[in-house]
Design a protein around this ligand. Structure first.
Ligand code: MN
Length: 132
């Protein structure tokens, strides 16, 4: 099945309510199906029950940060050989961040506040829908 914007299910992992709202509004307008997790543990719980095409992952979260959540997802994927694309969301991009995020198992990143055009560009680059 070919991925269309409307078939892409996106998990937004973000602890900030304003950022959650911005992300879900943009995603909905672009025709995607967003589901929000407010914390790393909540994201892992949702992922154990539902399948997504891509994850937008806030890096800075209390309790469990985005890098640790990503590490856990990658570790669980090892058994199944799946690889869900994970896009880091970061408010203050620092030199070396890109390398740090990629080393943590992420596939790309977006600066916050998320720009509609960049979001669309990143998501349209997601080639493999969950129906594979
Ligand atoms: Mn945060």
């Amino acid at each position: 099945m070919k991925a269309t914007a409307k078939s892409l299910r996106v998990l937004v992992v973000e602890d900030n309510v304003v950022n959650q709202r911005l992300a879900t509004t943009l995603l909905s307008k672009l025709g995607y199906h967003p589901v929000v997790a407010s914390s790393g543990p909540q994201a892992l719980a949702i992922l154990s029950k539902e399948v997504f095409d891509v994850i937008l992952m806030d890096v800075q979260m209390p309790e469990m940060d985005g890098l640790e959540v990503t590490a856990r997802i990658r570790s669980e994927e090892r058994a199944t050989r799946n690889h869900i694309p994970i896009i880091a969301l970061t408010a203050h991009a620092m030199p070396g961040d890109r390398e740090r995020f990629l080393a943590a198992g992420m596939d790309g990143y977006l600066s916050k506040p998320i720009k509609r055009e960049l979001l669309q560009e990143v998501l349209s680059g997601i080639a493999n829908p969950c129906h594979r």
